[in-house]
Design a protein around this ligand. Structure first.
Ligand SMILES: O=c1ccn([C@@H]2O[C@H](COP(=O)(O)OP(=O)(O)O[C@H]3O[C@H](CO)[C@@H](O)[C@H](O)[C@H]3O)[C@@H](O)[C@H]2O)c(=O)[nH]1
Ligand SMILES: [Mn+2]
Length: 382
């Protein structure tokens, strides 16, 4: 479902987000009595079942305008009636941002004042890449974070990743802050260790299932030949490729494989190191001065007061899996220098290009992005 509200979306500088109205269809999942919606750009770090103790409509504040909620994580109750009312609201009033967040905020407009229990703590929707971050709060509560949300136009899969250093490459990407880098690295680590092997299985299945698909796999396999064991997505709704550059491994390769989970946040011993400060001394400091058992804010009467407690275990452990993935991991470390996920872009002739525009198929995020058009105009007008 697309709002096609290009004016508001341009103001939001996110022309691609009209389709997020599709989210509203989640209210039709009436075979469930309660659901938690998660944006595709969220990363869950630990169990969040307690969210089912909340009621509709619960969400966390939006960092850009905290009197609005962010619609990347929310608790709702499927209902065809609500679904119908939401669609009616969209038709009658539109959305002030052209997408679902504006619409949902005006529909559930009492969220900011009516019931504090419907305010999810920020740890359930931590936006890691906002321009403004509250470093002391991150230092205090960062280790309790349960869901990270990579909101904004640049998503984790837009970065390149070096499996040997366990880091995304910073060139040209203007990484905003250090904890964002940690979460990006974690996203990639999980992608590399837990998702790529699934593609491998999928590819095998496809190879057996359909000779037609095999051809596609082989074609892609040829592109990936540089990374010897690179698992390969056979096909997908958007054609995506994993691009690898085979460059001899650096001597630090094996060391970097140990950096996983929460690279800068040591939580297992209840000691929190500030990921925003230089390594040793601040970490020692914080372990000495910060209590690990006293939450600063006890959520009185809230459904789950323990949520602000620093967790005693790393929320995610993707290291402790001694399966065939380890073999893959070693292989990757030895043979792959850099991984990125890129949409294959086909070069179009000027005629094809024009036809695309005439048909309204405009690449708002790519070469038809406003910034690029403006660049051209500026050059032309000089
Ligand atoms: O082509 C698309 C675009 C979006 N989505 C879904 O819609 C979500 C929202 O898009 P996203 O790019 O994640 O938006 P954000 O950068 O998170 O921007 C904010 O603004 C959006 C529009 O109001 C809200 O949907 C988000 O929750 C809010 O965080 C995605 O995560 C996906 O689940 C798709 O499935 N396909
Ligand atoms: Mn999002």
């Amino acid at each position: 479902m697309d709002s096609a509200d290009y004016i508001h979306l341009a103001f939001l500088k996110r022309p691609e987000l009209g389709v997020t109205l599709t989210k509203l269809h989640c209210w039709t999942l009436t075979h469930y009595s309660k659901c938690v919606f998660l944006d595709a750009d969220t990363l869950v770090l630990s169990n969040i079942d307690e969210l089912f103790d909340r009621t509709e409509f619960s969400a966390a504040p939006d960092p850009g305008w905290p009197d609005c909620f962010n619609s990347g994580v929310f608790v709702f109750q499927p209902s065809l009636e609500t679904h119908g009312l939401l669609l009616q609201h969209a038709t009658d009033h539109g959305s002030f941002d052209g997408a679902d967040q504006g619409l949902l905020n005006s529909f559930f407009s009492s969220w900011s004042t009516a019931d504090i229990h419907k305010h999810l703590p920020f740890i359930y929707n931590l936006s890691s890449n906002t321009a403004y971050t509250y470093s002391p709060a991150f230092k205090r509560f960062g280790s309790s974070v349960k869901v990270v949300h990579f909101l904004g136009p640049t998503k984790p899969w837009n970065y390149k990743y070096n499996p040997q250093t366990g880091s995304v490459l910073e060139e040209g990407s203007g990484l905003a802050n250090q904890h964002q880098t940690s979460f990006l690295n974690l996203w990639w680590k999980i992608y590399q260790h837990s998702i790529l092997p699934l593609y491998e299985g999928f590819r095998d299945e496809e190879e057996h299932a359909s000779p037609g698909h095999t051809a596609a796999v082989e074609e892609l396999g040829a592109i990936s030949a540089v990374g010897s064991s690179q698992p390969w997505p056979a096909e997908g709704p958007v054609e995506q490729t994993v691009v690898t550059d085979d460059i001899p491994p650096s001597p630090k390769g094996s060391h970097a494989e140990d950096t996983i989970g929460w690279p800068e946040l040591e939580t297992s011993a209840g000691v929190r190191c500030d990921p925003l400060s230089p390594p040793s001394p601040p970490c020692a400091d914080s372990s000495g001065t910060q209590s690990t058992s006293q939450p600063a804010d006890k959520a009185e009467g809230g459904p789950s007061p323990e949520i602000l407690e620093p967790s005693q275990e790393p929320p995610v452990d993707v290291t402790g899996d001694p399966s065939p993935q380890d073999a893959l991991e070693v292989d990757l470390a030895m043979s792959v220098f850099e991984i990125s996920i890129e949409e294959k872009v086909k070069e179009l002739s000027p005629e094809e290009e024009r036809r695309k525009w005439e048909e309204g198929r405009i690449d708002y995020m790519g070469k038809d992005a406003f910034a690029r058009i403006q660049e051209k105009l500026d050059r032309f007008l000089q």
